[in-house]
Design a protein. Sequence first.
Length: 134
Amino acid sequence: SVSETDLIDLMYRRRAELEVGTVPHEVKSYLGCSRDTVFLTNYSLTHIFAQHGDHVSSRDLLSIPEVLMWGLWLSDKRRHNFAIVSCLVGEARYKAVVKTIEDRRSNYISTFHRTAKRQTKSLLKRGKILRKAW
C-alpha cells in the first residue's frame, strides 16, 4: 500500500520512484511487458499536481493501488504502449494511464485524475476492454 509519507518522499525526491501496484495479466499481455509492477515517479507526480491539482489531492493518490487492482482496463488505440484504467472508489471516479517503457521491463503511471461517468463511457468508444472492473 501507498502512504502519505511515501508520496512526500517522492515529491521531495528522497526516492526516485514508488511502487504503487500491479497490472492484471490481461494488461501485461497487451502491453507486452515482462513485469507487472507499476511505479509512480517524481516526474509523473509533478505532472499530476500541475495538470490536475485543482481536483486531485495526495489523499486521492492513495487510491491508485485500488484503481489498478479493481478498475476497468482499456487499450489505448493511439498509443500501443499505454493502457487506461477507470475505477469508482467510494464516491470518486478515477482514471489512470499506465505506460510501459520501450524495453518493456517497467510500467509507470503516466497520469491520474478524477473523471465523470460520461468520460468513462467515452473511453469505452475509443478503446478495447482488456479486463472488466471487479
